[in-house]
Design a protein around this ligand. Structure first.
Ligand code: SF4
Ligand code: SF4
Length: 219
């Protein structure tokens, strides 16, 4: 150590005294993240409320921290949670392990899994940091129906993935922005379309005009 080194050290301390503090007043003030910040995960839904997750486990295999646990199960006509053959019956993310790297969302073939900007993932219980499917599922938006229920957007899984996101939805009728509840004669028309779809008699030409945004959620 040179003779001037202590003075250099105190010089750093002294110069810092005149700098603006960078202390964040968290949790009173929550700093906004960058738009593409990788935070808490979300399991997304199709516009009719069916789940996008097909229980394929690709996210779990992609995870370098072994933080995801998935169990798939078969849909039936009586009990349908997603448009395809399979759905994720058990889905867990362990936030004690997760490093928020985003590899799982890149691996997901259906865009079921995305990440939000929510970074508040601390707790005083280890068990509470294992998030279940119910905690991760996206909330039901207007026009969505809680599964299980039949396919409302087509006859097959392919119809869900090949449909134009701007195409009208059967229940999005009238002039309510964002997809309001059906009303008047158009409601009867929408119900008729849904009934025919469920009965397997529907074609795209039957769809009623709609207004409002699609269901795609941030990745
Ligand atoms: S963000 Fe990374 S560590 Fe977290 S669950 Fe996904 S792949 Fe695993
Ligand atoms: S979230 Fe995506 S990758 Fe993971 S099991 Fe579901 S469909 Fe497969």
């Amino acid at each position: 150590m040179g003779i001037l080194d202590p003075y250099k050290g105190f010089g750093v301390t002294f110069s810092t005294m005149f700098k603006k503090p960078t202390t964040e007043q968290y949790p009173e003030y929550k700093k906004e993240t960058a738009p593409r910040f990788h935070g808490r995960h979300q399991l997304n839904r199709h516009p009719d409320g069916l789940e996008k997750c097909v229980g394929c486990e690709l996210c779990a295999w992609a995870c370098p921290a072994d933080a995801i646990y998935v169990e798939g199960a078969d849909n039936t006509d009586e009990e349908r949670y997603s448009p395809g053959e399979r759905y994720g019956s058990v889905y867990q993310i362990n936030y004690l392990r997760c490093i928020l790297c985003g590899l799982c969302i890149e691996a997901c073939p259906t865009r079921a899994l995305t990440m939000s900007n929510d970074y508040e993932l601390a707790d005083d219980s280890r068990a509470d940091l294992i998030f279940t499917k119910e905690q991760l599922l996206a909330p039901l938006r207007e026009g969505m129906e809680s599964p299980p229920h039949p396919m409302r957007l087509g006859e097959s899984e392919t119809d869900y993935y090949t449909r134009d996101p701007d195409a009208p939805l059967p229940w999005q009728v009238g002039s309510t922005p964002g997809g309001g509840a059906p009303a008047g004669d158009t409601q009867a028309e929408a119900e008729s379309v849904i009934a025919r779809r469920v009965a397997g008699e529907h074609s795209r030409a039957d769809e009623v005009p709609a207004h409002g945004a699609g269901s795609e959620q941030p990745r």
